[in-house]
Design a protein around this ligand. Structure first.
Ligand SMILES: *[C@@H]1O[C@H](CO)[C@@H](O)[C@H](O)[C@H]1NC(C)=O
Ligand SMILES: *[C@@H]1O[C@H](CO)[C@@H](O)[C@H](O)[C@H]1NC(C)=O
Length: 415
């Protein structure tokens, strides 16, 4: 046996040298690809923790119910001895009675995988990362991370930079105060994406610091991202970074950081149903707030699901408070053949069209220094090219502060 494997090894070695001799580039490419394969496997092993139970979702996802103390967060060296907080010490009260059955959006939004099962208490549902998910990323290292230069920075934009990166936004924002959280009820759609390397998302940004290399950001909302998920489904997502998307942070649970306590909602899983043009409308509220006692940033999805928290130590500026809150949409326009792509933001329709046609954020609120939710003062708006994607704010009694946003991308006025 030993003889055989030795023989095999020399044969492989011989073949390897031979390949290098006849084609140095092929030889190194083979070496690189097997190294890459190993790297991918190691990464998958890191991300996919051994499940207690596995649920096959109708959309092709595999949802692993992972013991709460085995989740990816606890790979973080600073979290080795962390005691999980199962619930926040404090929950900010809103201006609106969320259980009021008057606004006609009462149908429940849920996640598609619920059709085929649930995870037990004491476990958390984790969307399993597949080999193809990692292979679609530009590198194993970049999998689950946002590209740099995608930060929506109102007013002081460098136009060249924006047009270079292709990231486009239509947002409302507040700044000039200390913020301890934000909330909004977000209309849910399934925008069309023209190129697989583009995405379209709608989210809240909780930002700390100047817009330099040390920007802190916590983000949550819904997104369609073929590159990240391999399909065009609308998915719940979160993101965090403490260095402007460079080395720290990731989407969902794709790195250690966020600590999930909820057994019902999976980060990165599909949301269903979605709204249809001139038809049924669905929306979901998202709340992110800072626990005044422990300093962790908590997140709630809908009225019922407290998902978990980002420990305060992950951040520098946000360890204290946020300096800016943004709400709205972001897309990537990859600009094929010198044209804007037809990737949609929101519903793919401009704000002028209004309810059931254009996408909205309603009841936008911030958490102030006394830890109460309140209506934002002086909401600004920002968009790079309003002919491609636009935003319009308003307020009324039912919806509080709201805005419509989005657009079709390429059109007559956005060539
Ligand atoms: C980006 O380029 C387009 C087309 O050249 C231009 O119309 C637009 O104003 C530029 N964006 C910004 C923010 O300057
Ligand atoms: C996603 O949508 C695009 C068109 O919008 C389509 O070309 C592509 O095949 C879809 N991808 C998947 C995985 O369904």
């Amino acid at each position: 046996m030993a003889h055989f494997s030795n023989g095999l090894r020399s044969w492989v070695l011989f073949l390897g040298c031979f390949l290098v001799l006849i084609s140095p580039s092929l030889g190194s490419r083979l070496a690189a690809s097997s190294r890459n394969k190993l790297e991918v496997q190691k990464h998958l092993k890191r991300l996919n923790k051994p499940p207690v139970k596995t649920i096959q979702s109708p959309d092709g996802d595999i949802i692993d119910c992972v013991h709460i103390s085995h989740q990816p967060a606890f790979d973080h060296p600073f979290l080795k001895d962390h005691k999980i907080q199962m619930r926040p010490n404090y929950h900010p009260e809103g201006l609106y009675d969320e259980n009021k059955v008057s606004d006609g959006h009462k149908e429940r939004i849920a996640q598609l995988w619920h059709m085929n099962g649930r995870c037990a208490e004491g476990t958390i549902p984790v969307r399993r990362t597949k080999k193809d998910d990692v292979l679609r990323a530009s590198s194993v290292k970049r999998y689950g991370k946002k590209k740099r230069r995608s930060i929506p920075k109102p007013r002081s934009v460098d136009p060249d930079l924006i047009n270079q990166s292709g990231h486009q936004h239509a947002i409302a924002y507040v700044e000039g105060d200390k913020y301890y959280g934000a909330k909004a009820t977000i209309n849910v759609w399934e925008p069309k994406i023209q190129q697989p390397n583009e995405f379209s998302l709608s989210q809240i940004w909780i930002l700390g610091g100047s817009f330099g290399e040390d920007l802190n950001s916590i983000e949550a909302g819904w997104q369609v991202s073929p590159d990240l998920y391999g399909d065009n489904n609308t998915r719940l997502f979160t993101y965090w970074t403490s260095d402007a998307y460079q080395a720290t942070g990731c989407y969902n649970l794709l790195c250690s950081g966020f600590i999930q306590v909820n057994s019902e909602i999976a980060m990165g899983a599909s949301i269903s149903p979605v709204s249809a043009y001139r038809n049924s409308q669905y929306d979901v509220s998202i709340l992110v707030w800072k626990d005044p006692k422990e300093g962790h940033w908590w997140m709630q999805f809908g009225n019922d699901y407290v998902l978990g928290y980002w420990p305060s130590f992950l951040f520098s500026y946000l360890a204290d408070s946020a300096s800016m809150i943004e709400w709205g949409g972001e897309v990537v326009n990859s600009g094929v053949d010198g044209h804007h792509t037809s990737t949609q933001m929101g519903s793919g329709h401009f704000p002028e069209e209004g309810f059931a046609k254009s996408s909205y954020f309603r009841k936008i609120q911030v958490v102030d220094s006394s830890n109460n939710l309140k209506a934002p003062k002086e909401v600004g708006t920002f968009t790079e090219q309003s002919n491609c994607y636009d935003v319009q704010t308003g307020s009324n009694e039912d919806w509080g502060h709201y805005f419509y946003y989005g657009g079709p991308g390429r059109n007559q006025n956005c060539p």
